[in-house]
Design a protein around this ligand. Structure first.
Ligand code: FAD
Length: 654
């Protein structure tokens, strides 16, 4: 077994040490799985100061993009920005590996713009591996975890069990730690499907997680486990595609980086590659129908990703429609294209027949077939908002194992689980992120309060405070707290966020202090249209809300006042646009924060509580055991009256 020990290495060159050295050490945190959740968990735990061990089946698949070669999008781009604001790796990796950047949803307001990039698969993995391999306090072990080491819970703290390490497969022995973060993705009891063939596996080419792990979770810890499925399209040889029959989609001429610390992306605007769009034909529908009886994956009654459905489910649900197929490059020099929209699990010969029914793909060759995967997930209502299992001290879960889908959702949870595993191992209290503060908070709150019935993905519509939780201000929302309270952000990044915060504050207050008539503003700004209907006197923020007014225009008229803030001109425009909405939202956010701050003890006996609650409400509270009054208020079936009674009860018994 190969172990790689990592000390500030800038390249992938590593020095190996004997695996036996690892067994004599005690780790603060062990992370199981080096996917998107695991990578962020390891990095975050080490930033907290925890001595961390990552155990993953194959070092070469750390950071692997199992499905689409892209990052971000609407809602998902917000998560990447927040991960970056908390000093995570994903945003910087995306800037390094991106080969086609575009902002989605531009017709709507900047609060819901979706930063997105096509990625070079290999570059993304290289960046992630090199980053983790050079992270202080991190050790990486190639191996498979077979079991959790469990004992009785510490008295006086919530939980029945306590984890104290893991046991490796193939007689690899035990390794001890204070916390364990499980991020096994699609690998828990994973099974791969193509046509009528089923083989055990977590992903093509990779075995599933050892059966002992599933057994432990189900039978020893008694967790409620569910089953979900997903699938991926065949990869197509680029040279076999006739692009003249497709339409070209160009990237943004000026790529927007994901990371707050990057001014530019690694790929220059000119180096970026285009994507191509084509459509399905009636021939596609015919092949799907002819092959349904040969397709075990779609015959099963297990929920798949609603927003990323297979071509089989799209055609069967919406017969007679044309469906989009995006042909996306797999890398700068890759010879493959990824056909987004064509996830399929029919037999290989039928896959080839199907794609050849699509304009541009009549002579297409398949390099790797599409396939499906079914896997176990742990119902996430069994987690605290800090992603620790309620019944097991020290055991944290993150990523697809919690019923989500997508790299960004996985990474966001991984970061938060890593932070909290690190903190609890070092005897610091665990922390939650509120829905009023971040999309990561929304994601985790949705999971732990409502659970999942189908793979969960992020959308901007899930965030009730989306005009305040914007991709442009994730640093102000999270970086400062990340340094001052959480401890996962570097001083350098913190100082940068403070400078931006001060500059925004000063510029906005100066803008608010300038009051001129509409006519005077028009003169100052070279005749730009400013209607008088609002009020005859406007301040600078109100003027900046006009579509045709830019901060640069104001800076050229008031050079001394605004010249120093030109670097944040785009951010000032967005701040001005949302100024009135955010003011209104602030009161609602404060109300929610007050409810959030009232903790509900984990040992309340809701069924016997001597207050006026219906049996239905008692049962919901008993089943979910929300950790705050706010979380209780958001549960379906919980009435406002029940919240008042609960509030009074907790206050009386404080
Ligand atoms: P993963 O990225 O799956 O990583 C899990 C890691 O854990 C792996 O490195 C594995 O080797 C390791 N591991 C597992 N068990 C053990 C063990 N016992 N010991 C040590 N290491 C272990 N997402 C979408 O958003 N849209 C899609 O259409 C989509 N389609 C997909 C199709 C397929 C076939 C697959 C496999 C995934 C698809 N995904 C899709 C999901 C996407 O890949 C995941 O959401 C994301 O990768 C989850 O990240 P994760 O870190 O939770 O798990």
């Amino acid at each position: 077994m190969l172990v790689r020990r990592l000390q500030f290495l800038k390249t992938l060159s590593t020095c190996s040490i004997e695996a036996s050295n690892i067994h004599t050490q005690h780790y603060d945190v062990i992370v199981v799985g080096g996917g998107h959740a695991g990578s962020e968990a390891v990095a975050a735990a080490s930033r907290i100061g925890a001595k961390t061990l990552l155990i993953t089946q194959k070092i070469q698949t750390i950071g692997a993009l199992s499905c689409n070669p892209s990052l971000g999008g609407v809602g998902k781009g917000h998560l990447v920005r927040e991960i970056d604001a908390l000093d995570g790796v994903m945003g910087r990796a995306g800037d390094w590996a991106g080969i086609h950047f575009s902002i989605l949803n531009r017709s709507k307001g900047p609060a819901v713009w979706g930063l997105r990039a096509q990625l070079d698969r290999q570059r993304y993995k290289d960046f992630m591996q090199s980053e983790l391999l050079s992270t202080p306090l991190v050790t990486i072990l190639e191996g498979s975890v077979q079991d959790l080491l469990l004992t009785e819970a510490d008295p006086g703290k919530p939980g029945k069990h306590k984890v104290y390490g893991i046991c490796l497969a193939n007689g690899g022995g035990e390794i001890h730690s204070s916390s364990v973060v499980l991020t096994t993705g699609t690998f828990l009891s994973g099974a791969l499907f193509m046509g009528q063939n089923t083989t055990p596996g977590g992903r093509m080419g990779d075995p599933p997680s050892c059966a002992g792990l599933s057994h432990n979770l189900k039978n020893v810890l008694g967790l409620k486990i569910g089953r979900l499925r997903t699938g991926t399209p065949p990869r197509i040889v680029k040279d076999s595609i006739d692009f003249s029959l497709t339409s070209v989609c160009l990237p943004d001429s000026s790529p927007t980086p994901f990371s707050f610390i990057n001014k530019h992306t690694h790929c220059t605007p000119k180096e970026q590659l285009p994507c191509f769009l084509t459509y399905t034909t009636p021939g596609v529908e015919k092949v799907v129908k002819e092959s349904s009886h040969l397709n075990s994956h779609i015959q099963q009654d297990i929920k798949g990703p609603r927003y990323c459905p297979s071509i089989e489910s799209k055609v069967l649900r919406f017969p007679g429609r044309q469906h989009q197929v995006w042909l996306e490059p797999e890398g700068l020099t890759s010879s493959l294209m990824y056909p987004q929209g064509l996830s399929m699990t029919m037999p290989l010969e039928m896959q080839l027949r199907l794609i050849r029914e699509i304009p541009g793909l009549q002579h297409a060759k398949i390099q790797t077939p599409g396939y499906g995967v079914q896997y176990d997930f742990v119902c996430p209502t069994q987690l605290f908002p800090w992603l620790q299992l309620k019944n097991t001290q020290g055991l944290f879960l993150a990523g697809q194992i919690n019923g989500t889908t997508g790299y960004e959702e996985a990474a966001a949870q991984g970061l938060w689980a890593g932070v909290n595993a690190g903190r609890t191992s070092l005897s610091m209290s665990p922390l939650s992120l509120s829905r009023t503060q971040s999309y990561i908070g929304v994601l985790i709150d949705d999971l732990v309060c409502h659970g999942v019935t189908e793979p969960y993905r992020m959308f901007t519509s899930r965030a009730e405070f989306r005009t305040s939780l914007r991709p442009d201000n994730a640093d102000l929302r999270l970086t400062i707290r990340g340094f001052e309270e959480i401890g996962c952000v570097s001083e350098q990044r913190y100082n940068k966020a403070l400078l931006v915060q001060a500059s925004l504050k000063q510029a906005l207050s100066t803008l608010q202090s300038i009051h001129l008539s509409a006519a005077r503003w028009r003169d100052k700004l070279g005749g730009v249209t400013i209607s008088k209907t609002k009020s005859s006197i406007l301040n600078g923020v109100e003027v900046l809300q006009y579509k045709d007014v830019t901060f640069q225009m104001l800076a050229s008229s008031f050079q001394e006042l605004f010249g120093p803030h030109l670097e944040i001109s785009e951010r000032l425009k967005v701040e001005a646009l949302y100024h009135p909405h955010c003011e209104k939202q602030r009161r609602e956010m404060e109300k929610m924060q007050t409810e959030e701050s009232l903790s509900l003890p984990n040992d309340i006996d809701y069924l016997a509580l001597p207050i006026s609650l219906s049996q239905e409400v008692r049962e919901i509270l008993d089943r979910v055991r929300p950790s705050t009054l706010g979380a209780a208020a958001r549960l379906p079936g919980i009435t406002p009256a029940a919240i008042v009674h609960l509030f009074n009860y907790v206050h009386r018994n404080k």
